[in-house]
Design a protein around this ligand. Structure first.
Ligand code: ARG
Ligand code: ZN
Length: 469
Protein backbone atom coordinates (compact mmCIF):
# COMPACT_ATOMS: atom_id res chain seq x y z
CA UNK A 1 0.00 0.00 0.00
CA UNK A 2 2.64 2.40 1.01
CA UNK A 3 4.68 1.36 -2.00
CA UNK A 4 1.71 1.86 -4.35
CA UNK A 5 0.93 5.25 -2.84
CA UNK A 6 4.52 6.31 -3.42
CA UNK A 7 4.41 5.13 -7.03
CA UNK A 8 1.19 7.07 -7.66
CA UNK A 9 2.71 10.19 -6.13
CA UNK A 10 5.78 9.88 -8.36
CA UNK A 11 3.62 9.44 -11.45
CA UNK A 12 1.53 12.47 -10.56
CA UNK A 13 4.69 14.40 -9.81
CA UNK A 14 6.15 13.78 -13.25
CA UNK A 15 2.78 14.55 -14.89
CA UNK A 16 2.72 17.94 -13.18
CA UNK A 17 6.31 18.54 -14.28
CA UNK A 18 5.44 17.90 -17.95
CA UNK A 19 2.53 20.32 -17.83
CA UNK A 20 4.73 23.14 -16.54
CA UNK A 21 7.61 22.49 -18.95
CA UNK A 22 8.11 25.12 -21.67
CA UNK A 23 10.50 25.50 -24.63
CA UNK A 24 13.84 27.22 -24.06
CA UNK A 25 14.13 30.48 -25.99
CA UNK A 26 16.07 30.45 -29.30
CA UNK A 27 18.35 33.30 -28.13
CA UNK A 28 19.78 34.72 -24.91
CA UNK A 29 18.51 38.22 -25.61
CA UNK A 30 21.57 39.79 -27.22
CA UNK A 31 20.45 43.17 -28.61
CA UNK A 32 22.66 42.87 -31.72
CA UNK A 33 22.27 39.13 -32.36
CA UNK A 34 18.89 38.08 -30.91
CA UNK A 35 19.11 34.45 -32.03
CA UNK A 36 22.68 33.80 -30.74
CA UNK A 37 22.82 31.52 -27.73
CA UNK A 38 19.74 29.85 -26.30
CA UNK A 39 17.64 30.00 -23.18
CA UNK A 40 16.70 27.33 -20.65
CA UNK A 41 20.03 25.76 -19.83
CA UNK A 42 23.57 26.54 -18.76
CA UNK A 43 26.47 24.51 -20.18
CA UNK A 44 29.24 23.34 -17.87
CA UNK A 45 31.37 21.28 -20.25
CA UNK A 46 31.75 20.42 -23.94
CA UNK A 47 33.43 17.23 -25.09
CA UNK A 48 34.15 17.68 -28.80
CA UNK A 49 35.44 14.59 -30.57
CA UNK A 50 36.19 14.82 -34.30
CA UNK A 51 37.71 13.13 -37.30
CA UNK A 52 38.91 15.51 -40.02
CA UNK A 53 40.31 14.86 -43.49
CA UNK A 54 41.94 18.03 -44.93
CA UNK A 55 42.00 16.69 -48.49
CA UNK A 56 38.21 16.62 -48.71
CA UNK A 57 37.26 18.89 -45.79
CA UNK A 58 35.20 15.99 -44.45
CA UNK A 59 34.40 16.41 -40.75
CA UNK A 60 32.61 13.87 -38.61
CA UNK A 61 31.99 14.47 -34.96
CA UNK A 62 30.31 13.73 -31.69
CA UNK A 63 29.84 16.50 -29.18
CA UNK A 64 28.62 15.73 -25.69
CA UNK A 65 27.24 18.70 -23.78
CA UNK A 66 26.92 18.61 -20.00
CA UNK A 67 24.44 21.27 -18.92
CA UNK A 68 21.95 22.16 -16.23
CA UNK A 69 18.46 23.42 -16.96
CA UNK A 70 17.46 26.88 -15.73
CA UNK A 71 13.76 26.24 -16.31
CA UNK A 72 11.52 23.23 -16.70
CA UNK A 73 12.31 22.35 -20.31
CA UNK A 74 10.03 20.72 -22.87
CA UNK A 75 12.37 21.54 -25.73
CA UNK A 76 15.54 23.56 -26.35
CA UNK A 77 17.76 24.93 -29.11
CA UNK A 78 21.42 24.49 -29.97
CA UNK A 79 23.30 26.74 -32.38
CA UNK A 80 24.75 24.62 -35.18
CA UNK A 81 24.96 24.64 -38.98
CA UNK A 82 26.21 21.16 -40.00
CA UNK A 83 23.92 18.21 -40.73
CA UNK A 84 23.03 16.24 -37.62
CA UNK A 85 22.55 12.48 -37.70
CA UNK A 86 21.38 11.83 -34.14
CA UNK A 87 20.66 13.53 -30.84
CA UNK A 88 20.30 11.82 -27.49
CA UNK A 89 19.16 13.63 -24.35
CA UNK A 90 19.49 12.07 -20.90
CA UNK A 91 19.69 8.47 -22.14
CA UNK A 92 16.84 8.68 -24.65
CA UNK A 93 16.83 9.31 -28.38
CA UNK A 94 15.50 12.83 -29.02
CA UNK A 95 13.76 14.27 -32.06
CA UNK A 96 15.29 17.29 -33.74
CA UNK A 97 14.81 19.66 -36.64
CA UNK A 98 16.52 22.69 -38.10
CA UNK A 99 15.07 26.20 -37.96
CA UNK A 100 16.89 28.67 -40.15
CA UNK A 101 20.55 28.16 -40.97
CA UNK A 102 21.98 27.85 -37.47
CA UNK A 103 19.30 26.73 -35.03
CA UNK A 104 18.87 23.07 -34.10
CA UNK A 105 15.65 22.46 -32.19
CA UNK A 106 15.81 19.42 -29.90
CA UNK A 107 12.75 17.81 -28.32
CA UNK A 108 13.69 15.32 -25.60
CA UNK A 109 11.56 12.22 -25.00
CA UNK A 110 10.87 13.45 -21.47
CA UNK A 111 10.66 16.98 -20.08
CA UNK A 112 13.60 17.97 -17.88
CA UNK A 113 12.93 19.55 -14.49
CA UNK A 114 14.34 22.93 -13.56
CA UNK A 115 17.84 22.59 -12.15
CA UNK A 116 18.13 19.11 -13.63
CA UNK A 117 21.12 17.60 -15.40
CA UNK A 118 20.92 17.86 -19.17
CA UNK A 119 23.29 15.60 -21.10
CA UNK A 120 23.09 16.00 -24.86
CA UNK A 121 24.98 13.81 -27.34
CA UNK A 122 24.98 15.14 -30.91
CA UNK A 123 26.42 13.21 -33.85
CA UNK A 124 27.09 14.98 -37.12
CA UNK A 125 29.03 15.12 -40.37
CA UNK A 126 29.65 17.58 -43.14
CA UNK A 127 31.98 19.66 -45.29
CA UNK A 128 32.16 22.79 -43.09
CA UNK A 129 33.59 25.14 -45.73
CA UNK A 130 30.59 24.39 -47.96
CA UNK A 131 28.02 25.25 -45.28
CA UNK A 132 27.19 28.92 -45.74
CA UNK A 133 25.14 31.06 -43.38
CA UNK A 134 24.20 34.34 -45.12
CA UNK A 135 26.89 33.49 -47.69
CA UNK A 136 29.55 33.07 -45.02
CA UNK A 137 31.45 30.23 -43.39
CA UNK A 138 33.56 30.69 -40.26
CA UNK A 139 35.53 27.56 -41.20
CA UNK A 140 38.61 28.44 -43.26
CA UNK A 141 40.35 25.85 -45.42
CA UNK A 142 44.08 26.30 -45.96
CA UNK A 143 46.35 24.53 -48.45
CA UNK A 144 47.17 21.89 -45.82
CA UNK A 145 44.29 21.96 -43.35
CA UNK A 146 41.71 24.23 -41.81
CA UNK A 147 41.11 26.91 -39.18
CA UNK A 148 38.02 27.15 -37.01
CA UNK A 149 38.74 30.74 -35.95
CA UNK A 150 36.24 33.60 -36.20
CA UNK A 151 34.30 36.14 -34.15
CA UNK A 152 31.47 36.19 -33.26
CA UNK A 153 30.49 33.11 -35.30
CA UNK A 154 32.80 30.11 -35.35
CA UNK A 155 31.30 27.20 -33.41
CA UNK A 156 28.39 26.66 -35.86
CA UNK A 157 30.67 24.80 -38.27
CA UNK A 158 32.30 22.36 -35.91
CA UNK A 159 30.38 21.82 -32.67
CA UNK A 160 26.80 22.41 -31.48
CA UNK A 161 26.65 24.91 -28.63
CA UNK A 162 24.96 27.61 -26.64
CA UNK A 163 26.72 30.21 -28.74
CA UNK A 164 26.99 33.33 -26.61
CA UNK A 165 29.83 34.60 -24.37
CA UNK A 166 27.49 34.71 -21.36
CA UNK A 167 27.47 30.88 -21.24
CA UNK A 168 31.07 29.76 -20.79
CA UNK A 169 32.20 26.20 -20.16
CA UNK A 170 35.25 23.99 -19.95
CA UNK A 171 36.31 21.96 -23.01
CA UNK A 172 37.90 18.78 -24.19
CA UNK A 173 38.66 18.90 -27.92
CA UNK A 174 40.01 15.68 -29.42
CA UNK A 175 40.69 15.36 -33.13
CA UNK A 176 41.77 12.48 -35.35
CA UNK A 177 43.74 13.77 -38.35
CA UNK A 178 46.08 12.30 -40.96
CA UNK A 179 49.55 11.80 -39.47
CA UNK A 180 51.25 14.30 -41.77
CA UNK A 181 49.42 17.23 -40.11
CA UNK A 182 49.04 18.56 -36.58
CA UNK A 183 45.84 19.53 -34.73
CA UNK A 184 46.03 22.36 -32.19
CA UNK A 185 43.40 23.76 -29.84
CA UNK A 186 43.10 25.60 -26.52
CA UNK A 187 44.73 24.79 -23.20
CA UNK A 188 46.88 21.78 -22.47
CA UNK A 189 47.77 18.83 -24.70
CA UNK A 190 46.42 15.91 -22.68
CA UNK A 191 47.39 13.30 -25.23
CA UNK A 192 48.92 13.04 -28.60
CA UNK A 193 49.83 12.72 -31.18
CA UNK A 194 48.67 9.12 -30.62
CA UNK A 195 48.49 6.77 -33.60
CA UNK A 196 45.00 5.25 -33.67
CA UNK A 197 44.59 4.05 -37.24
CA UNK A 198 47.12 3.49 -39.98
CA UNK A 199 48.06 6.97 -41.10
CA UNK A 200 45.93 8.77 -38.48
CA UNK A 201 46.86 10.48 -35.19
CA UNK A 202 44.67 11.74 -32.35
CA UNK A 203 45.40 15.07 -30.68
CA UNK A 204 43.58 15.81 -27.40
CA UNK A 205 43.42 19.25 -25.78
CA UNK A 206 41.77 20.42 -22.57
CA UNK A 207 40.81 23.96 -21.60
CA UNK A 208 40.10 23.95 -17.88
CA UNK A 209 38.74 27.45 -17.20
CA UNK A 210 35.37 28.81 -18.37
CA UNK A 211 35.69 29.58 -22.08
CA UNK A 212 33.36 31.26 -24.56
CA UNK A 213 32.34 29.37 -27.70
CA UNK A 214 33.99 31.87 -30.10
CA UNK A 215 37.27 31.56 -28.18
CA UNK A 216 37.39 27.81 -28.78
CA UNK A 217 39.51 27.05 -31.83
CA UNK A 218 40.93 24.34 -33.99
CA UNK A 219 43.94 24.63 -36.29
CA UNK A 220 44.85 21.70 -38.54
CA UNK A 221 47.81 21.79 -40.90
CA UNK A 222 51.58 21.57 -41.08
CA UNK A 223 52.82 23.27 -37.93
CA UNK A 224 56.11 23.32 -36.07
CA UNK A 225 55.06 22.99 -32.43
CA UNK A 226 57.36 24.32 -29.73
CA UNK A 227 56.66 23.45 -26.11
CA UNK A 228 58.15 24.89 -22.95
CA UNK A 229 57.18 25.52 -19.34
CA UNK A 230 56.55 28.91 -17.74
CA UNK A 231 58.18 29.83 -14.42
CA UNK A 232 54.97 28.77 -12.62
CA UNK A 233 55.09 25.34 -14.31
CA UNK A 234 52.25 25.95 -16.76
CA UNK A 235 52.69 24.84 -20.37
CA UNK A 236 53.70 27.21 -23.16
CA UNK A 237 52.79 25.85 -26.60
CA UNK A 238 53.57 27.88 -29.71
CA UNK A 239 52.83 26.58 -33.21
CA UNK A 240 54.19 28.01 -36.45
CA UNK A 241 52.78 27.15 -39.83
CA UNK A 242 55.49 25.68 -42.02
CA UNK A 243 54.31 27.98 -44.84
CA UNK A 244 55.48 31.24 -43.23
CA UNK A 245 58.41 31.55 -45.65
CA UNK A 246 60.21 34.88 -45.22
CA UNK A 247 57.90 35.82 -42.30
CA UNK A 248 59.03 32.87 -40.22
CA UNK A 249 61.88 34.58 -38.30
CA UNK A 250 59.88 37.70 -37.44
CA UNK A 251 56.86 35.65 -36.37
CA UNK A 252 58.96 33.52 -34.03
CA UNK A 253 60.86 36.55 -32.68
CA UNK A 254 57.50 38.07 -31.71
CA UNK A 255 55.35 35.13 -30.58
CA UNK A 256 58.29 33.69 -28.60
CA UNK A 257 57.89 36.77 -26.36
CA UNK A 258 54.39 35.65 -25.31
CA UNK A 259 55.47 34.73 -21.78
CA UNK A 260 57.32 38.05 -21.36
CA UNK A 261 54.28 40.01 -22.60
CA UNK A 262 52.01 38.11 -20.19
CA UNK A 263 54.32 38.81 -17.24
CA UNK A 264 54.39 42.49 -18.20
CA UNK A 265 50.60 42.70 -18.56
CA UNK A 266 50.19 41.01 -15.16
CA UNK A 267 51.72 44.16 -13.66
CA UNK A 268 48.84 46.19 -15.11
CA UNK A 269 45.94 43.74 -15.06
CA UNK A 270 46.64 41.31 -12.20
CA UNK A 271 47.32 37.57 -12.39
CA UNK A 272 47.06 35.88 -15.79
CA UNK A 273 43.74 34.01 -15.63
CA UNK A 274 44.58 30.74 -17.42
CA UNK A 275 46.50 27.49 -17.01
CA UNK A 276 48.36 27.52 -20.31
CA UNK A 277 49.66 30.00 -22.86
CA UNK A 278 51.07 30.29 -26.35
CA UNK A 279 50.26 31.33 -29.88
CA UNK A 280 49.47 29.81 -33.26
CA UNK A 281 50.77 31.48 -36.41
CA UNK A 282 48.54 30.49 -39.31
CA UNK A 283 49.49 30.55 -43.00
CA UNK A 284 49.84 34.11 -44.36
CA UNK A 285 46.54 35.65 -45.56
CA UNK A 286 44.53 32.59 -44.49
CA UNK A 287 42.56 34.66 -41.95
CA UNK A 288 43.49 38.32 -42.43
CA UNK A 289 43.17 38.93 -38.67
CA UNK A 290 44.26 37.65 -35.29
CA UNK A 291 41.92 36.29 -32.66
CA UNK A 292 42.36 36.05 -28.91
CA UNK A 293 41.44 32.35 -28.73
CA UNK A 294 41.65 31.41 -25.06
CA UNK A 295 45.12 30.55 -23.74
CA UNK A 296 46.49 30.55 -27.29
CA UNK A 297 45.71 33.35 -29.79
CA UNK A 298 45.77 32.60 -33.50
CA UNK A 299 47.61 35.10 -35.72
CA UNK A 300 47.63 35.49 -39.47
CA UNK A 301 51.27 35.08 -40.60
CA UNK A 302 51.04 38.35 -42.52
CA UNK A 303 51.28 40.31 -39.26
CA UNK A 304 55.04 39.75 -39.64
CA UNK A 305 55.49 40.89 -43.23
CA UNK A 306 57.46 43.95 -42.08
CA UNK A 307 59.49 42.24 -39.36
CA UNK A 308 58.90 41.85 -35.63
CA UNK A 309 55.50 42.96 -34.34
CA UNK A 310 54.83 42.48 -30.64
CA UNK A 311 51.89 44.88 -30.68
CA UNK A 312 49.50 42.29 -32.07
CA UNK A 313 50.82 39.87 -29.44
CA UNK A 314 50.27 42.44 -26.65
CA UNK A 315 46.77 43.08 -28.06
CA UNK A 316 45.66 39.44 -28.23
CA UNK A 317 47.20 38.63 -24.85
CA UNK A 318 45.46 41.62 -23.22
CA UNK A 319 42.22 40.05 -24.46
CA UNK A 320 42.95 37.06 -22.21
CA UNK A 321 41.87 39.43 -19.41
CA UNK A 322 39.58 41.74 -21.41
CA UNK A 323 37.22 39.46 -23.32
CA UNK A 324 38.27 35.96 -22.35
CA UNK A 325 38.30 36.02 -18.54
CA UNK A 326 35.84 38.92 -18.38
CA UNK A 327 33.50 38.38 -21.32
CA UNK A 328 30.94 40.58 -22.99
CA UNK A 329 27.46 40.60 -21.50
CA UNK A 330 26.23 41.89 -24.87
CA UNK A 331 28.01 42.07 -28.23
CA UNK A 332 27.10 45.79 -28.15
CA UNK A 333 29.72 46.14 -25.36
CA UNK A 334 32.51 45.14 -27.80
CA UNK A 335 34.59 48.25 -26.91
CA UNK A 336 35.19 46.60 -23.50
CA UNK A 337 37.21 44.03 -25.48
CA UNK A 338 38.74 46.02 -28.31
CA UNK A 339 39.20 49.40 -26.63
CA UNK A 340 41.14 47.87 -23.76
CA UNK A 341 43.17 45.46 -25.94
CA UNK A 342 44.10 48.44 -28.12
CA UNK A 343 44.98 50.48 -25.04
CA UNK A 344 47.22 47.60 -23.91
CA UNK A 345 49.22 48.21 -27.11
CA UNK A 346 49.76 51.78 -25.90
CA UNK A 347 50.91 50.52 -22.50
CA UNK A 348 53.21 48.05 -24.25
CA UNK A 349 54.57 50.86 -26.43
CA UNK A 350 55.41 52.82 -23.28
CA UNK A 351 57.05 49.73 -21.78
CA UNK A 352 59.12 49.26 -24.95
CA UNK A 353 60.19 52.91 -24.94
CA UNK A 354 58.46 53.59 -28.26
CA UNK A 355 55.91 56.21 -27.24
CA UNK A 356 53.67 57.02 -24.29
CA UNK A 357 49.90 56.48 -24.17
CA UNK A 358 49.44 60.27 -24.30
CA UNK A 359 51.65 60.50 -27.41
CA UNK A 360 49.60 57.73 -28.99
CA UNK A 361 46.40 59.48 -27.93
CA UNK A 362 47.56 62.71 -29.60
CA UNK A 363 48.68 60.91 -32.74
CA UNK A 364 45.49 58.83 -33.04
CA UNK A 365 43.21 61.80 -32.37
CA UNK A 366 44.97 63.89 -35.00
CA UNK A 367 45.05 61.09 -37.58
CA UNK A 368 41.26 61.29 -38.06
CA UNK A 369 40.15 64.71 -39.39
CA UNK A 370 37.05 66.19 -37.83
CA UNK A 371 34.90 65.30 -40.86
CA UNK A 372 36.18 61.70 -41.03
CA UNK A 373 33.32 59.13 -40.91
CA UNK A 374 35.41 57.50 -38.16
CA UNK A 375 33.90 59.96 -35.67
CA UNK A 376 30.35 58.97 -36.61
CA UNK A 377 30.68 55.40 -35.23
CA UNK A 378 29.86 55.18 -31.51
CA UNK A 379 32.24 52.78 -29.77
CA UNK A 380 29.63 52.13 -27.06
CA UNK A 381 26.93 51.25 -29.61
CA UNK A 382 28.53 50.72 -33.04
CA UNK A 383 25.73 48.61 -34.55
CA UNK A 384 25.74 44.88 -35.28
CA UNK A 385 27.42 45.39 -38.67
CA UNK A 386 30.22 47.54 -37.19
CA UNK A 387 31.36 45.62 -34.11
CA UNK A 388 34.91 45.53 -35.54
CA UNK A 389 34.94 49.05 -36.96
CA UNK A 390 38.19 50.96 -36.46
CA UNK A 391 36.35 53.33 -34.11
CA UNK A 392 35.64 50.48 -31.67
CA UNK A 393 39.42 49.94 -31.44
CA UNK A 394 40.90 53.44 -31.76
CA UNK A 395 38.16 55.59 -30.25
CA UNK A 396 37.80 52.85 -27.63
CA UNK A 397 41.48 53.31 -26.70
CA UNK A 398 41.09 57.11 -26.80
CA UNK A 399 38.22 56.69 -24.32
CA UNK A 400 40.43 54.67 -21.98
CA UNK A 401 43.16 57.34 -22.05
CA UNK A 402 40.59 60.12 -21.51
CA UNK A 403 39.36 58.16 -18.48
CA UNK A 404 42.90 57.63 -17.14
CA UNK A 405 43.70 61.33 -17.41
CA UNK A 406 40.39 62.24 -15.76
CA UNK A 407 40.69 59.94 -12.71
CA UNK A 408 44.49 59.72 -12.36
CA UNK A 409 46.86 56.74 -12.56
CA UNK A 410 46.20 55.39 -9.10
CA UNK A 411 42.41 55.13 -9.48
CA UNK A 412 42.79 54.02 -13.11
CA UNK A 413 44.93 50.95 -12.40
CA UNK A 414 42.90 50.12 -9.30
CA UNK A 415 39.80 50.24 -11.51
CA UNK A 416 41.29 47.89 -14.11
CA UNK A 417 42.40 45.36 -11.51
CA UNK A 418 39.15 45.53 -9.54
CA UNK A 419 37.05 45.14 -12.69
CA UNK A 420 39.07 42.13 -13.83
CA UNK A 421 39.16 40.47 -10.40
CA UNK A 422 35.48 40.97 -9.61
CA UNK A 423 34.24 39.72 -13.03
CA UNK A 424 36.91 37.02 -13.47
CA UNK A 425 35.62 34.00 -15.47
CA UNK A 426 32.30 35.81 -15.88
CA UNK A 427 31.04 38.71 -17.95
CA UNK A 428 30.28 42.39 -17.66
CA UNK A 429 28.57 45.32 -19.37
CA UNK A 430 29.49 48.92 -20.14
CA UNK A 431 27.02 50.14 -17.53
CA UNK A 432 28.68 48.02 -14.85
CA UNK A 433 32.11 49.31 -15.87
CA UNK A 434 31.02 52.94 -15.70
CA UNK A 435 29.44 52.38 -12.28
CA UNK A 436 32.67 50.84 -10.96
CA UNK A 437 34.77 53.67 -12.44
CA UNK A 438 32.59 56.22 -10.63
CA UNK A 439 32.75 54.26 -7.38
CA UNK A 440 36.54 53.88 -7.39
CA UNK A 441 37.31 57.41 -8.56
CA UNK A 442 34.60 59.07 -6.51
CA UNK A 443 33.83 61.14 -9.63
CA UNK A 444 30.68 61.60 -11.70
CA UNK A 445 31.76 60.30 -15.13
CA UNK A 446 28.55 60.30 -17.17
CA UNK A 447 29.59 63.20 -19.36
CA UNK A 448 33.03 61.70 -20.09
CA UNK A 449 31.58 58.36 -21.19
CA UNK A 450 28.66 60.00 -23.03
CA UNK A 451 31.10 62.13 -24.99
CA UNK A 452 33.59 59.42 -25.86
CA UNK A 453 31.37 56.35 -26.25
CA UNK A 454 27.91 57.55 -27.17
CA UNK A 455 28.10 60.89 -29.02
CA UNK A 456 28.76 61.18 -32.75
CA UNK A 457 31.44 63.66 -33.78
CA UNK A 458 34.99 64.36 -32.68
CA UNK A 459 35.14 65.20 -28.96
CA UNK A 460 36.42 68.68 -28.23
CA UNK A 461 39.67 68.36 -26.29
CA UNK A 462 39.57 71.89 -24.92
CA UNK A 463 36.74 70.68 -22.67
CA UNK A 464 39.28 68.54 -20.78
CA UNK A 465 42.32 70.65 -19.93
CA UNK A 466 44.52 67.66 -19.21
CA UNK A 467 43.92 66.20 -22.68
CA UNK A 468 44.27 69.51 -24.53
CA UNK A 469 47.58 69.98 -26.32
N1 ARG B 1 38.98 40.16 -31.70
C1 ARG B 1 39.80 40.21 -32.88
C2 ARG B 1 40.94 41.17 -32.57
O1 ARG B 1 41.55 41.07 -31.58
C3 ARG B 1 39.07 40.67 -34.06
C4 ARG B 1 38.48 39.61 -34.88
C5 ARG B 1 37.84 40.17 -36.09
N2 ARG B 1 37.05 39.17 -36.69
C6 ARG B 1 36.93 39.00 -37.98
N3 ARG B 1 36.23 38.02 -38.42
N4 ARG B 1 37.52 39.83 -38.78
O2 ARG B 1 41.23 42.10 -33.24
ZN1 ZN C 1 41.11 42.74 -30.42
Amino acid sequence: MTATATAVALTLGSGVADAAATPGSPGVGDVYFPDYGNGGYDVGHYDVRLRYQPKTDQLTGTTTILAETTQELSRFNLDFALDVTSVRVNNRAATFHREGAHELVVTPARAIPKGGDLTVVVQYAGIPSSVKVSGFTGWTRTSDGALAVNEPESAWWWFPSNDHPTDKATYDVSVLVPDDVQAISNGTLTGGPVKELNGWDRWSWRSAKPQATYLTFLAVGHYDIESDTAADGSPIVNAYSTSLGEFDGAARASVNRTNEVIETEENWFGDYPFEAQGGVVAPPAALGFALETQTRPVYDGRFWRRGGNTYVVAHELAHQWFGDSVSLGQWRDIWLNEGFASYAEWLWSDHEGEGTPQELFDYTYASYPEDDPFWQVLPGDPGADKVFDGAVYDRGALTVQALRVQIGDEAFFELLRTWLASHRYGDGTTGEFIALAEKISGQQLDSLFDTWLFTAGRPDLSATTKLAR
